[in-house]
Design a protein around this ligand. Sequence first.
Ligand SMILES: Cc1cc2nc3c(=O)[nH]c(=O)nc-3n(C[C@H](O)[C@H](O)[C@H](O)COP(=O)(O)OP(=O)(O)OC[C@H]3O[C@@H](n4cnc5c(N)ncnc54)[C@H](O)[C@@H]3O)c2cc1C
Length: 483
Amino acid sequence: MSKSMYDAVVVGSGPNGLAAAIVMQQAGLSVLLLEGKNELGGGLRTAELTLPGFRHDICSAIHPLATASPYFQTLPLAQYGLEYITPPVAAAHPFDDGTAAAAVHSLVDTARRLGPDAEAYRSLLAPLIDSWPGIANDVLAPLHFPKHPLDMARFGLPALLPATALARRFRGEKAKGLLAGMAAHAIQPLSNLTTSAVGLVLLIAAHRGGWPLPKGGSQAIADALVAHFRALGGTIETGTFVRSLAQLPPAKAVLFDVTPTQLLQIAGHSLSSIYQWQLRRYRYGMGVFKVDWALAAPIPFTAPECAQAGTVHLGGTLAEIAAGERAAAQGQHPDKPFVLLAQQSLFDATRAPAGQHTAWAYCHVPNGSRVNRTDAIECQVERFAPGFRERIIGRHTFDTAQMESYNPNYVGGDINGGLLDINQLFTRPALRASPYRTSQRGLYLCSSATPPGGGVHGMCGYHAAKRALRDVFRLPASPLFIE
Ligand SMILES: Cc1cc2nc3c(=O)[nH]c(=O)nc-3n(C[C@H](O)[C@H](O)[C@H](O)COP(=O)(O)OP(=O)(O)OC[C@H]3O[C@@H](n4cnc5c(N)ncnc54)[C@H](O)[C@@H]3O)c2cc1C
């Protein structure tokens, strides 16, 4: 490892590490970005997991949060080849009768397909879609007094509710199921407070800009961020897994794109005992079991909306999805798990050889589970797409332990960097004036274990870096929140 002196070192090159490194470099500092693996990008990597010519997103696949990110929007990533493709249907939600709900760009068209709930759906989403630009800066940030209190109240009141409670606005199974599928991205029982927040953010994103996927795979986002960082003068070293502070070159600030568990291992001795105690109490959520397929032909979904959708939510009714998520949170493996599926190659020909396809799917499982869920996931796909299994020509799976060994940030298979329930929502990773500061001056956390949490948006890294710039480098009052 380089032993030169840097102003700042960032450990970990996920979207948050990359965002933090770019913010610091933009401020004119000298920044070293260290990555444990040989490839950069963290949750933004793409590889031939199954057969030659089939390119699979190893972790993240669909990027409404990246395109909605107030910080990423300020970066010239298109100049470095990043091109988003937006499928006509953001997410389809098929039912056993062969029909489907579909979140499309038009709020009116989405609502119309929800039959008796058309007006209830429209009146819930319309004001939130309009006020999202103001809400985004408040939601994608650490806890603070909102800059747009009225807009935030309009969002916060329904967002605080459990998804099962918000769904009572609706009469029909289509609207309830659609909301349940969105809220299940919270990776918690749908009866938990605030599960509606995740569902609403994803629906708002569907109606504002759609749910895009990067041409060539999620790696393209990392490649563009890396190219921009390098163009600004940043330095990168890969293949350097950091196990202790002693490994690091001298620097005034170190930002860790890792979870509290890893921070304790790397820097525990330098942290105050109260802060160590807080980090040890940090809780992780459910894990995931993931399958990637190489397919001889597209997935033969019965409902036509699914063929237009980048993402398909497989779980049927609200009652079934809620029961499945509750069971997994309680340590069980339900027969019919809720499955999140993406079919990137339908819209991006670079993902598979001509005429052939890829698909990506996962379900939630108890944290640390070693149970193989391939059959349960494939049964759910087959249920809504009879004949699916005959099209499989290659398969790759990840259980929670394989996920964690691939990327130690996925503790027990938790892809969100920690549980985002009401108890941790405002205290991630520990109850402190700034969630990014550790107890040791100059050491910061910048991963998805800090606000605003999981997903590819870079806002954890952005806010952590801004904090470090103010604390350590006394850089002038550049606003903590982007206007
Ligand atoms: C299966 C799956 C599906 C997902 N789907 C989506 C999706 O569709 N859309 C979305 O927005 N999000 C999705 N996510 C979540 C998203 O990928 C994460 O929330 C995001 O990547 C977190 O970013 P991060 O920078 O905090 O950490 P990470 O992306 O996890 O990056 C951390 C980096 O730090 C490195 N590192 C860790 N420890 C060390 C160390 N000690 N020394 C050196 N390097 C180290 C790791 O190798 C890694 O490169 C998904 C995640 C998974 C796993």
